[in-house]
Design a protein around this ligand. Sequence first.
Ligand SMILES: Nc1nc2c(ncn2[C@@H]2O[C@H](COP(=O)(O)OP(=O)(O)OP(=O)(O)O)[C@@H](O)[C@H]2O)c(=O)[nH]1
Ligand SMILES: [Mg+2]
Length: 291
Amino acid sequence: MKSAVVAVVGRPSAGKSTLVNALCGAKVSIVSAVPQTTRNPVRGILNTEGAQLVLIDTPGFHLSKRKINTYMAGIVSSTLQDVDIVLYVVDGSRPGGEEEKGISEAVRNSGKPTVLCLNKKDAASGVWAQVRENAILSLPKAVVFEVSARSGKGLGALRNELVRLSPDGEQMYPPDYYTDQTPEFRVSEIVREKVTLSTREEVPHAVYVRIEDVEMRDDGATLWARGFICVERESQKGIIVGRGGDRIRNIVHDAEEELSEIFPWKVKLDIRVKVDREWRKRDPLLKKMFK
Ligand SMILES: Nc1nc2c(ncn2[C@@H]2O[C@H](COP(=O)(O)OP(=O)(O)OP(=O)(O)O)[C@@H](O)[C@H]2O)c(=O)[nH]1
Ligand SMILES: [Mg+2]
């Protein structure tokens, strides 16, 4: 038996979460076109014959001095220390720049066996060859794969290489697990994804979702979750609620539908929108959020 912990790192929107979901064969981590959708490490478990890989999806590595960004960059660096393998995801469809240099340096400095995954092959443009060359120059020892996380192309070979690099070891989770997230966290993430998909500009970044409690009802047929969508300003609250409550109703409906597929129960949500101006600046809250 082989087993490994794999850090999945890369710039915001490189396709890390899409890749983790595709490799695990289940929706483990939320996805959107908004950079920095993932805010904390999310574990997905890939079970294959003879191997178990624990993939840690990380927040996009973003060069910025804002507190939330330095916090997330810190998460990436500390995750790199604790893993067996690094899966470095590079968006091959757009130029890299300083940010890509920063992350490839962090990957190189980790000294871990590294798999370089050039993603979005389906959307490859004129920059592909250049991005590929830069990535190889910055990480000459890494094995390179060209894939589309969206279509699944190239993922079989990538998975085989991850297994090949894995050390011998025992399973860390039962073989039918594909994630270790708590129900509260999964619910809050899916709600946040639906908010992100139905709002624009600064709103997705101004939101966090807190699920206060989950409870089984109807003799074990329905999971009720109660919590809040928190935003920083009244105006953002108005956007999320929408005219006559339209938007929040749609958000809750979409989240309930998806959660009812993820969990073996019908999921019902009781979600309020409230203003919490300081959530992004308050360290203890960030720590709680990112634990
Ligand atoms: N065309 C194409 N788009 C992709 C592919 N993989 C991911 N995307 C899209 O890229 C966007 C970002 O995907 P995510 O998986 O959320 O990226 P991420 O790296 O996890 O982003 P952060 O969590 O924000 O750091 C989404 O719109 C995805 O649908 C791919 O292989 N091809
Ligand atoms: Mg992500």
